[in-house]
Design a protein. Structure first.
Length: 355
């Protein structure tokens, strides 16, 4: 089997490449990337050492795509992945559109031409921000937690947010590009008869993630804490109670493998996957973990809310467990320890990440 991984030099693309090659004998991977993400160049040699054919190409360019070799599956891990993308002024929203939607149009045409299956890495950011902000919460142990005494909205259980949670606008410009891409991918798959799986991933985290305050928060937080760089609890009263779950790409690779092996034509195509409530941490709890690991360092409180911030997100992966027997193996504390060791071994990581 031959797989094309787009965004192969990004954090998720490169980690998936490694974990897929480790578990599947005889697998051939073609990786492509335009190297636009600061730090992505560092993964190019790593991929080549893994035996990956790397192609420097831009998904926005139809002629670049037409030069790619035929593959059985495409894993689309290329995008601008920041929830704040598109907001920074002239041209930014247009660039987001071109990278996250226009590029997908070219990739769908590639899938049509080669009858290649597509796995699209969508995001928990397709969920409605007003609905996420209305989730009933209380505070426990320095973290927002679900208020189990209150009625929960459709799509939310004590296991987290599932695929039928509201996707009504606003969802952020980034989230909207993912939601639109989901619709287009499913439609192309139905019209041209190739399989499409969509995974709405919660936060993905692990060693080698590029970290900035706007994206890659676990990597940014650990690296900044270790080096005493500015850290801020933004919004929510400056408490750091906002909480996220995290999933390691190694676990994601297990789900992708099961989906590529599944020959089912119809049925559910959109899945939510994440670390879940058991692998959820607030920023305040993350600071406590870092204090223990690296020594004390206190973030500043910043009361100014940031666009698109939400207080609590944890994914319910129950559908993936039911249909693919999939569950999370790597605990959040192991993910953090992996990032910590990488941060210690790479003192320049924030500069490489463009922070
Ligand atoms: N990291 C997360 O927490 C997370 C969560 C949910 C979904 N996702 C999705 O997973 C995917 C990968 O995210 P990531 O964290 O690895 O991001 P990343 O920025 O580390 O990797 C994305 C890669 O895509 C490349 N790229 C961007 N535009 C391109 C284009 N037009 N043509 C070719 N290459 C291009 C970049 O150079 C980069 O190497 C994205 O689609 C993202 O939306 C990520």
């Amino acid at each position: 089997m031959r797989i094309l991984i787009t965004g192969a030099c990004g954090f998720v693309g490169s980690a998936l490449t490694q974990h897929l090659l480790e578990r599947t004998a005889g697998l051939e991977i073609v990786g492509m990337d335009n190297l636009i993400r600061p730090g992505s160049e560092t993964n190019r040699m790593r991929l080549e050492r893994m035996g990956v054919s790397f192609i420097h190409a831009d998904l926005r360019s139809a002629s670049d795509i037409s030069g790619l070799p035929a593959c059985d599956w495409v894993i689309d891990a290329a995008a601008n992945p920041s929830v704040l993308a598109g907001l920074s002024g002239t041209g930014a929203s247009r660039r987001l559109f071109e990278h996250n939607i226009g590029a997908l149009g070219n990739l769908l045409d590639y899938c049509r031409e080669h009858r290649a299956g597509l796995i699209m890495l969508s995001s928990s950011r397709v969920y409605s921000i007003p609905s996420l902000c209305a989730i009933p919460l209380s505070v426990n142990n320095d973290s927002f937690v679900l208020d189990r005494t209150a009625a929960l909205p459709r799509g939310l259980t004590e296991n987290g947010i599932g695929s039928d949670f509201s996707t009504a606008a606003p969802v952020s410009l980034y989230g909207a590009t993912k939601l639109a891409s989901e619709v287009m991918a499913l439609e192309f798959g139905a019209a041209f008869d190739f399989p499409v799986w969509i995974i709405r991933c919660g936060v993905l985290a692990g060693a080698g993630q590029f970290g900035t305050p706007a994206q890659g928060i676990f990597a940014y937080w650990l690296n900044a804490h270790l080096r005493h760089r500015p850290l801020r609890y933004i919004g929510f009263g400056g408490t750091g109670h906002q909480a996220r779950d995290a999933l390691h790409p190694r676990d994601l690779a297990t789900l992708l493998t099961a989906q590529m092996r599944d020959g089912r034509a119809g049925g559910q195509r959109i899945y939510t996957a994440g670390g879940g409530p058991a692998n959820t941490m607030s920023l305040a709890q993350l600071t406590a973990w870092c204090d223990e690991r690296f020594g004390p360092y206190a973030p500043a409180a910043d009361m100014t809310p940031r666009p698109y911030d939400v207080p609590w997100m944890a994914m319910d992966s129950g559908d993936a467990k039911r249909d693919f027997g999939w569950s999370v193996d790597m605990k959040l504390t192991s993910v953090l320890e992996e990032i910590a060791q990488h941060a210690e071994a790479h003192p320049e990581w924030l500069e490489i990440s463009g922070s």
